[in-house]
Design a protein around this ligand. Sequence first.
Ligand SMILES: O=P(O)(O)O[C@@H]1C[C@H](O)[C@@H](CO)O1
Ligand SMILES: O=c1cc[nH]c(=O)[nH]1
Length: 319
Amino acid sequence: MTSILADSSKSMRTDRNTYVGNRFVHVKNPHLDSMDEDILYHLDLGTKTHNLPAMFGDVKFVCVGGSPNRMKAFALFIHKELDLEGNEEAIQDICAGSDRYCMFKTGAVLSISHGMGIPSISIMLHELIKLLYHAKCCDVTIIRIGTSGGIGIEPGSVVITDTAVDSFFKPQFEQIILDTVVTRSTELDKELAQELFNCSKEIPGFPTLIGHTMCTYDFYEGQGRLDGALCSFSNEKKLDYLQRAYEAGIRNIEMESTVFAAMCGLCGLRAAVVCVTLLNRLECDQINLPHEVLLEYQQRPQHLISIFIKKHLGQHRLK
Ligand SMILES: O=P(O)(O)O[C@@H]1C[C@H](O)[C@@H](CO)O1
Ligand SMILES: O=c1cc[nH]c(=O)[nH]1
């Protein structure tokens, strides 16, 4: 696919990230200014129906992840960790009127689910970024806390992404706009990744590392699994691909990081991807860990992010 498109220069364009001084969340769409109202349909919010600056103007940290239950659990956890006022029952799903995504706010922290895969997170991010823009938010850090398949590392390890790459190991995301392929950078904030890694040193219970993350369009064939409903390659081909990925510096595979990095980078959000690995793909394809172990693994990125947020809010005591 890449080589065909590379020949057709008329249908390719490159979008570059631009970072602005004060880091207001910004949109890059001249049409929005002329709209009388902006309805954020999948979030069940809007500029006429809700006072977005009053509801969200103080947001400084946004955490996103695939599962609604995980993101609710994270909101409750961070509420407790930050010792915020109000009881847990007050933390209600702000998007309850839509059954696409869920959203919880506690203090300056917003926790949102994004479903599975690039199309799902991309829709959520368009509406979230517009929400933060309408709310006049500035200096916002956004972190994806997810799960992934590891390559050559112990299951339960946490990978902080330095670069998100596509299935060809390229640090780019190809967005098809009308009939044009627009190539966007998937660069993430290196300082933020390092800062998160430094926070991980305070948690002795599990290994954390910085590495490249591969983002695919599919969980089965797209990630070289032999156990899907369709498979046309051998075990040798699978292992050759994953081994080459490892040699290219890739340590885990998931399904959202490239579009996440591209969209956040273009709109002035400091972004990071922190995913726990559920298995070592050089050894197996099926996720066969007991439910309690999976739950504990999913809490690892949350624990790390809570230390990071507490540090930024001046609430963290060094051990
Ligand atoms: O945030 P989650 O844990 O949902 O991310 C990964 C990538 C896919 O969305 C999903 C596949 O199981 O898990
Ligand atoms: O192997 C895995 C595990 C979780 N998520 C993925 O995308 N792949």
